[in-house]
Write a protein that binds this ligand. Sequence first.
Ligand code: AMP
Length: 200
Amino acid sequence: MLNIIIFGAPGSGKGTQSDLIKEKYNLLHLSTGDLLRAEIASGSELGKIADSYISKGQLVPDEMIIEILDNAIEEKEKNGKYNGIILDGFPRTVAQAEALELLIKKRNRDITILLDLMVEENELVERLVNRGKTSGRCDDNLETIKKRLEVYHEKTKPVNDYYKKQNKYTVIDGSGNIDNIFDRVCKVIDIINEDENVAS
Ligand code: AMP
C-alpha cells in the first residue's frame, strides 16, 4: 500500500502532481480543497461555513476537515479498488497530522511518505495570480494569496517536522516544467515501491 501525502505551499503544484500520480500508481486522490469546494457548490450548511474561511484565506477548523476527510475515505474506497491514497492539502496543521495517524491506523495502514514540493515564493505568487485568471476560485487573488502564504508558513510548514521525526519526509524540487517535476516525484515513489516489494 502506498499512502502518500503531497505537501507544499499554495501554488506548489500539489493538485497537478496528484492527478498524474494517482493515474500512474492507481491511488485514491483526496483533495480537501476539492471536498470543501464541492460542499460549497452543493449549498450545504457545512459549505457555507467553509466558504467563510476559504474566501479569507484562512484554514477551516481542524475538527470539521478531519470529519470531512474521514467520511470521504469511507465513501470513496467503497466505490473502487486502489493501491493506496494520495492526500492533497491535508494535513495542514500538526493537530491534523496527529488525527491522521489515528484515522489511518484504524484502517490498519500507515503513511508511507510525505513529498514536499519546494517552490520559490515569487514563482508561487505568479502561478496563483495566473491561475486566478481562469480558475474562478475566490481565493486566487493577490490579497488572499498573501494571506494563504502567511497561514502556510505559520500553521502548515511545522507539519514537516512531524514527518521528519518519523523519517518520512522527502523534499522535491517543484520548480519548472510539470513533466520534469513528475519525473522527480516518480523516482522517489519507485524507490519506495522497490523497497516494499523486497520487504514483502
Ligand atoms: P486548496 O485547494 O488545497 O488550496 O485549499 C483551498 C482552501 O481550502 C484553503 O486555503 C483552506 O481555506 C481550505 N482547506 C483545504 N484543506 C484544508 C485543511 N486540510 N485544513 C484546513 N483548511 C483547508
